[in-house]
Design a binder for this molecule. Structure first.
Ligand code: WTA
Length: 836
């Protein structure tokens, strides 16, 4: 059992050892952690453009289950002859075409190509020919460009390999494109919020040409105690160009509002006090509860009153380290109600990581629980918090109050360690508070929360979001990307410890008055059918999860899914990493019974909300593509010189202008904000992701191009892992890279050099992994430790990660030029020690 407590899963699921390394996403060139070479990395940003040099971004080679081609050509024939292909979430789908198209996993579906008549492609697609009446604007089809027959476009070999723009990386990226279009049926489209490409184009055009009017109209639907300032018709100001001065973004400044009021009071005042706001499903089946909007408001008010009573004021930080109880979103909303800044730390992080975050944001109060069961595993959260608070104290910061929720199902109060004077039971102080709590009206630009995320150094980044723009944007993206209809039940499997739990389990849905499901457990406990049992239990209409969960469940076969009806499902969602076509297909076909569109949403902690996402009903989907930009989002794919590329291309994914939920800074470190995100490509926000745009303007995310590894949708900085490894007294040096992992998307592959004279041993391997678990958290544990007598370095001492990635991926014959290494002999040694 490997703990996989990830962005969208809240607990451990079974992961196999990687069957084979299949290439690695990401590219970087930087030094690993070394005691010899001057200690830990992370004492300062790696050079901002290091990922631009000597980098290779090799993505996954073929997944054997997706690369068959013979049945693909059969399908082509059958579909071409029928002329029209729609997925079965289109009533006009041809079932025979579909069953042909979506044959069993691993039998050629991915390779299928279809002739698609122009009649069914609402997107106006033209090959981009800059300067000849450009058909693309920022890679999206421009309104007014003429429609072309997609047959020729789509009947090319679909899983093709494309060299990235020569300048984009020294390596190559493989884009797994599945040029199969799935379109929602007419019934679905008729009722969809965005029911056609024309409607999208019209709205998109307005959103980028006149963002102030576009977003003001939407913002007006919320409650503002005082309306925002309008200067020269503008409701936002921004500078995205470091050459023009400090980076700054503001939306709706001067406006006074409160996100908690908009998420709860507004609905209660509209007569919805008795509607269910949240179904809570415990780890143990049968252990559940539901809270109405009225209940939720009462609870939030009580917690906010308590926080006030212990001196928490507007602008103060509160750290929340809790499992997925109702009390977790309640605590977040309570902070928001009084203008305090919440900083949720995923309750899978270790004491060291928690201490690091506490020391950074200096909270007045920590809210936690004594323990939690995840599957069959008990996690003693209280001892982790105690340890973190002790560490913080030793380093000079004392947290005065620690409120502990007694989670009686997981552990007993009597068995909980206690620090008198600091620790207080939640149940002793919250229920006695008044259920009336005055709202603190805050400026739209006042901070709402801090959320730490991994970067390319050992020090996590405190991503700071402000209130007004975040509120407007998360609510709007939720509504459109899931085509949410009032009254629907929505389940997001994310933990509130990650951005998805903030924006799409708490704020986005509640702002829309949606009923959300909050699940404490793991998808495979007590069995692999748990998710679908929950879907049936609450009649879930919209289900949002991560590819890693989909792949883990897919391995268990169709039976656990088919045992349950799932007929309530209407829309499916995916987030966290690129979804491979085989998983997409299984999700679509088996989970969604070929009826539900899949919204593959690309976004980040930094963006706060969806950036590139389907709007089901708006246009056809291509498995593996996040499709098109959301309203107001202006993506740009650039080459290594920061030159924007047009039309079909591959390169670095940037954004040209602000959107309302742009993060405003990195807490306490605005220079790092500018250096990391705005300095690499002048005039743009740089996402850290690679991206391909196809002939039809669809966006395909290809993974991180910096030193961040995406494990089960978790961002883990390779430098953080390296730093943890060299903390072990016997580890002299470490270099960590990602490699393709069957379930997790990417796994962690660590090359470790031991101090002189120390022997390799299995015990040492375990100790090193334990070190990472205790320094970061179990989810960051390396999957593979590769003993390295030496690391491949240039003469200037820089580790050539490109070579390490190839070795990790077992692509020994693709090592490329090693002659520039100080000692080319180390490569052979490393190859020899692979799998030892
Ligand atoms: C990756 C999670 C491809 C990407 C919301 C991004 C994705 C990082 C997708 C952000 C997607 C997220 N397709 N890649 N649909 N969604 N990513 O900050 O590399 O935890 O930069 O936010 O996850 O991770 P974060």
């Amino acid at each position: 059992m490997t703990t996989l407590s990830c962005g969208v899963l809240s607990g451990p699921i079974c992961c196999p050892a990687p069957s084979s390394a299949r290439g690695v996403r990401g590219a970087a060139g930087s030094s690993g952690a070394s005691k010899r070479s001057g200690g830990r990395p992370g004492n300062g940003e790696r050079e901002p453009s290091s990922f631009l040099s000597a980098s290779s971004a090799s993505a996954s080679a073929s997944d054997s289950s997706t690369s068959s081609s013979s049945s693909g050509s059969d399908i082509t024939a059958s579909c071409s002859s029928s002329g029209v292909f729609r997925g079965r979430f289109g009533a006009r789908a041809s079932p025979s075409a579909l069953s042909g198209a979506a044959g069993r996993v691993g039998r050629g579906w991915t390779g299928a190509t279809f002739g698609i008549s122009r009649a069914i492609c609402p997107l106006r697609c033209m090959a981009p020919t800059p300067g000849t009446g450009a058909a693309f604007t920022n890679g999206r089809p421009a309104a007014g460009s003429s429609q072309v027959d997609l047959t020729s476009v789509l009947s090319v070999d679909t899983r093709y390999k494309t060299e990235t723009h020569a300048a984009a990386s020294a390596g190559e990226q493989v884009v797994e494109e599945t040029q199969v279009l799935f379109e929602a049926n007419e019934e679905f489209r008729k009722n969809a919020l965005v029911s056609s490409t024309e409607k999208y184009e019209e709205m998109y055009k307005q959103s980028v040409e006149d963002p102030d009017t576009f977003w003001s109209e939407i913002a007006s639907q919320f409650h503002w105690e005082k309306k925002w300032d309008v200067t020269d018709g503008k409701v936002h100001t921004e500078n995205f160009d470091v050459r023009k001065g400090p980076i700054k973004v503001e939306w709706f400044k001067g406006g006074k509002t409160n996100i908690c009021y908009n998420a709860l009071d507004r609905h209660v005042e509209a007569g919805r006090a008795n509607d269910v706001a949240m179904f809570w499903e415990g780890n143990e089946p049968g252990y559940d509860s539901s809270v109405t909007f009225g209940n939720l408001l009462d609870l939030v008010s009580q917690v906010s009153n308590y926080l006030r009573s212990v001196g928490v004021k507007k602008g103060d930080a509160v750290v929340i380290y809790m499992p997925m109880l109702v009390e977790l979103p309640v605590a977040m909303l309570a902070c928001a109600r009084i203008g305090a800044i919440h900083s949720v730390v995923f309750a899978g992080f270790s004491a060291d990581s928690l201490a690091q975050r506490i020391l950074d944001c200096k909270p007045k109060v920590v809210l936690t629980a004594n323990g939690v069961m995840r599957g069959t595993k008990f996690i003693n959260l209280k001892t982790i918090v105690d340890d973190a608070l002790k560490q913080a104290k030793q380093e000079g910061y004392t947290v005065e109050t620690s409120v502990v929720f007694a989670n009686e199902v997981a552990t007993k109060k009597e068995e909980t360690a206690w620090v008198e004077g600091r620790d207080i039971w939640w149940q002793d102080v919250i229920p006695s508070q008044s259920t009336k709590s005055e709202v603190e009206w805050v400026d739209a630009e006042d901070p709402l929360f801090l959320l730490y995320t991994s970067g390319s150094t050992g020090k996590p980044k405190g991503v700071l979001h402000s209130t007004g723009g975040y509120m407007v944007y998360t609510a709007t993206t939720f509504k459109h990307a899931f085509d949410y209809r009032p009254g629907e039940v929505y389940w997001c499997t994310a933990d509130c410890g990650w951005i998805t739990g903030h924006s799409y389990l708490t704020y986005g849905p509640l702002l829309n008055g949606a009923t959300v499901v909050n699940f404490e457990g793991v998808p495979t406990y007590p069995d692999a059918g748990r998710c679908w049992e929950i879907v049936d239990k609450y009649n879930v209409n919209i289900f949002y999860t991560a590819p890693t969960a989909i792949r883990a469940l897919m391995r268990e076969g169709d039976k656990p899914v088919k045992k349950h009806s799932r007929k309530s499902l209407r829309v499916l969602g995916s987030v966290g990493e690129p979804i491979n076509p085989a998983a997409w297909k299984w999700y679509y076909e088996v989970v969604g019974d070929s009826r539900c569109p899949i919204s593959d949403t690309w976004w980040q902690t930094e963006t706060g909300g969806f950036m590139i996402t389907p709007m089901p009903g708006g246009w056809p989907l291509k498995p593996g593509s996040a499709t098109f930009p959301f309203f107001g989002v202006q993506p740009a794919i650039v080459d290594e010189n920061g030159k924007e590329l047009h039309g079909e291309c591959s390169g670095y994914l940037c954004v040209k202008a602000s959107w309302p939920s742009t993060f405003r800074t990195l807490f306490g470190d605005h220079p790092r904000y500018e250096t990391t995100y705005f300095a690499p490509f002048k005039g743009f926000y740089f996402s850290g992701d690679g991206c391909h745009r196809d002939k039809d303007g669809y966006y395909w995310l290809t993974g991180r191009v910096d030193d961040v590894i995406n494990v089960s949708g978790h961002r883990i900085g390779s430098a953080e892992v390296e730093s943890a490894l060299v903390h072990h007294p016997l580890c002299a040096e470490a270099a960590v890279v990602g490699y393709d992992h069957e379930v997790k998307g990417q796994g962690i592959y660590a090359f470790v050099t031991l101090v002189e004279g120390v022997e390799y041993s299995d015990k040492l391997r375990k100790d090193l992994i334990a070190k990472v678990r205790s320094q970061i958290g179990p989810f960051a544990a390396p999957d593979i430790i590769h003993w390295a007598p030496g690391l491949p370095k240039t003469r200037s001492g820089k580790i050539m990660r490109r070579i390490l990635r190839k070795i990790a991926a077992n692509q020994i014959d693709e090592l490329g030029d090693v002659s520039t290494l100080a000692d080319p002999g180390v490569v052979e040694q490393l190859i020899e020690l692979r799998d030892k």
